[in-house]
Ligand binder design. Structure first.
Ligand SMILES: Cc1cc2nc3c(=O)[nH]c(=O)nc-3n(C[C@H](O)[C@H](O)[C@H](O)COP(=O)(O)OP(=O)(O)OC[C@H]3O[C@@H](n4cnc5c(N)ncnc54)[C@H](O)[C@@H]3O)c2cc1C
Length: 381
């Protein structure tokens, strides 16, 4: 456990180092060149940020989900795309912590914390998006290994150096739907793994990848959580993934409001700053209010998760509201910044593009609403 004071010190350190490394020029260049933020990731490793949520027994700092969420909100300020480099390793590492054996935790977690490896999650397939149970990639036991075949898509950060793919594949083709899935850890340079970086509207630096698996041989000790227990791993991982994704959306949305506010103060038309026109000021006031509301929901969901209480409803609401808020405020930011916002030489357009993924990735807004309605006792199809 770390105390509140240490948590705040870490959060402030995260803010400073993100501002130092992820300068506007750096973020613009990586987005333009579609290259991974290795320097920023290295800086996070050196500052101990990747160690934050893991127990001391594995080289971690023993932080809580709330500590993690506070950091995620800070580092996502300049770019939700770059924050996903952090998010991917955290979601997957925490799943290994929850579902892995003692030996697996001892093997993988120190490597993740030291930056020797990164991790990414690979659930989606061309025919399995919201419908995760439709996964077709297969894993067949062969002696002391499994052989994986199939195709994955949209895997964030999968092609970065030393990335360990967290791949969900079907181990029991006869099992009903969501049963019969298993989780495997696969080095992204294993023979038979082919990766292609996809050309997306936004989130172009860390990026998303298509993965082809052709007779990929994976040692049996790379199976996490037991054979045919993949659905439990999906559910356990998604809780943290969604609350951290919500925190990143809050941070990026706050970054958008700061950018728009700065512009509204400086840009003059009709002899006065545009921020003094009530129409502009009210849009910014609404944007800030929505960001704070999303952040309050996200913080309280993280606190509930830390208390071990059933927090599915709150996590889902936080994911839904924070994602929708990021999209909404990026739209407002674009309006406030006028043609400068629409220009590829200014940062608002990047937020506008990156934000659009928020209501799709890690479960679409419609799927979050289905879940919330279901928890309210409504049967939604
Ligand atoms: C930038 C980005 C990063 C991503 N990163 C990853 C990653 O790292 N790993 C990974 O595995 N996947 C990743 N994904 C994939 C993401 O999880 C899926 O895009 C998401 O689950 C939706 O699936 P889909 O795109 O196939 O849409 P579909 O499931 O085909 O849905 C299309 C539309 O139909 C709606 N819809 C579908 N079913 C229902 C329903 N039952 N009720 C109401 N509406 C419904 C959806 O909400 C959506 O609007 C990423 C996606 C993006 C855009």
């Amino acid at each position: 456990m770390i105390d509140r004071e240490t948590s705040i010190l870490l959060r402030d350190a995260a803010r400073k180092l993100t501002e130092r490394v992820a300068t506007p020029d750096y973020v613009r260049r990586l987005d333009r060149e579609r290259t991974y933020p290795y320097e920023l990731y290295e800086a996070w490793v050196e500052a101990g940020i990747l160690a934050l949520p893991f127990p001391e027994a594995f080289g971690g700092l023993g932080g809580s989900v709330l500590d993690l969420v506070l950091i995620a909100e800070e580092i996502a300020r300049p770019s939700s795309d770059l924050a996903m480099a952090f998010g991917g390793s955290m979601f997957c590492g925490l799943n290994v912590l929850r579902k892995g054996s003692e030996a697996q935790k001892q093997y993988w977690l120190p490597k993740l914390i030291s930056g020797e490896i990164r991790m990414s999650i690979s659930i989606s397939e061309p025919d399995a998006g919201s419908d995760v149970g439709a996964i077709r990639a297969s894993a067949v036991r062969d002696g002391d290994a499994y052989v994986l075949n199939g195709q994955k898509v949209w895997a964030t950060a999968a092609g970065s150096k030393n990335n360990v793919l967290n791949i969900y594949a079907r181990t029991d083709p006869a099992a009903h739907y969501r049963q019969g899935l298993s989780l495997f850890l696969v080095d992204n340079d294993t023979p038979g793994v082919d990766l292609r970086k996809l050309d997306m509207l936004g989130r172009r630096s860390v990026g998303t990848y298509e993965i082809f698996l052709n007779d990929v041989r994976v040692p049996a000790d790379r199976l996490i959580g037991g054979e045919n227990k993949g659905w439990d791993c999906v559910l356990s991982g998604l809780e943290v993934e969604r609350v951290v994704a919500a925190a990143c959306d809050c941070g990026s949305a706050r970054g958008v409001v700061e950018l728009a506010l700065g512009y509204a103060r400086e840009r003059e038309q009709f002899g006065r700053p545009i921020g003094t026109f009530q129409a502009m000021a009210h849009m910014l006031a609404d944007a800030m209010t929505e960001v704070e509301a999303a952040w309050a929901l996200t913080r309280s969901a993280a606190e509930l998760l830390d208390e071990g209480k059933d927090s599915l409803r709150e996590i889902t609401m936080a994911k839904l509201f924070a994602a929708e808020t990021y999209v909404k405020v990026a739209n407002i930011g674009m309006q406030v910044c006028g043609a400068f916002g629409y220009s590829m030489e200014f940062d608002m357009q990047r937020h506008f593009r990156d934000a659009r993924a928020a209501t799709i990735a890690a479960g679409s807004s419609q799927m979050q609403r289905n879940l919330i309605a279901g928890l309210m006792g409504l049967r939604v199809k």
